[in-house]
Design a protein around this ligand. Structure first.
Ligand SMILES: CC(C)(COP(=O)(O)OP(=O)(O)OC[C@H]1O[C@@H](n2cnc3c(N)ncnc32)[C@H](O)[C@@H]1OP(=O)(O)O)[C@@H](O)C(=O)NCCC(=O)NCCS
Length: 172
């Protein structure tokens, strides 16, 4: 994994229910894939340690600037024939104005460790084939491999790259 260049003015903590409106606001501002409140609540209830928010402070007031959510699945390994638990990246977004400060990298680092602690042996995700920033982040920094293209994965018919990597806490 490439060295992480993290800005110390941002920190990551576990999401709590009161954060969900800020999380939904970031999601709706940054991504076309939006969800109802109960969807976030269910993920928070099932995987509370892997639902994280990135924050900063402005005059003592905490501001949420990004989030990451994971869920756990069982299935055939992307790297063999065994049945394994996989951490599936549900959603990740960082507010436009704080991008390129290592916030997503920090969320991914902590999020991967957290979903691994739930038993994940691999991490998987889908990303729009046009989303160059996210693809570079996953591939170049976090060493995800592109496994396949899923045709018309998104509601607007865009294809997705399906990416995966093996979990290895010492590599995070
Ligand atoms: C993708 C996203 C999460 C990245 O967040 P971020 O906090 O800016 O990412 P980081 O600062 O941790 O970036 C780490 C590395 O990823 C790559 N990267 C991130 N944004 C990039 C961009 N716009 N162009 C090229 N490379 C980029 C770079 O290698 C970067 O390292 P560098 O800044 O030292 O060059 C953010 O752009 C975003 O929220 N986009 C909209 C939502 C989205 O696409 N989510 C992912 C859906 S699968």
């Amino acid at each position: 994994m490439a060295p992480l260049n993290i800005d110390p003015s941002y920190y990551v903590r576990k999401c709590i229910h009161d954060d969900l409106s800020a999380v939904m606001n970031i999601n709706e501002t940054c991504l076309p894939e939006n969800y109802p409140l109960f969807f976030y609540e269910e993920i928070l209830e099932k995987y509370p340690n892997a639902f994280l928010v990135a924050c900063t402070r402005n005059g003592g007031k905490e501001i949420i600037v990004g989030y990451i959510m994971w869920r756990l699945e069982r299935g055939v390994s992307e790297f063999g024939v065994k049945i394994v638990k996989k951490g599936h990246l549900v959603s990740l977004a960082v507010m436009d104005r704080v991008r390129r400060h290592g916030v997503a990298s920090q969320l991914l680092t902590h999020g991967m460790a957290a979903i691994q602690a739930y038993g994940a042996r691999e991490f998987v995700l889908e990303v729009r084939i046009s989303n160059t920033p996210a693809i570079k982040l996953y591939k170049d920094i976090f060493t995800f491999e592109q496994k396949k293209v899923i045709a018309q994965y998104y509601r607007d018919s865009e294809d997705a790259f399906f990416m995966a990597r093996q979990a290895n806490i010492s590599n995070l």
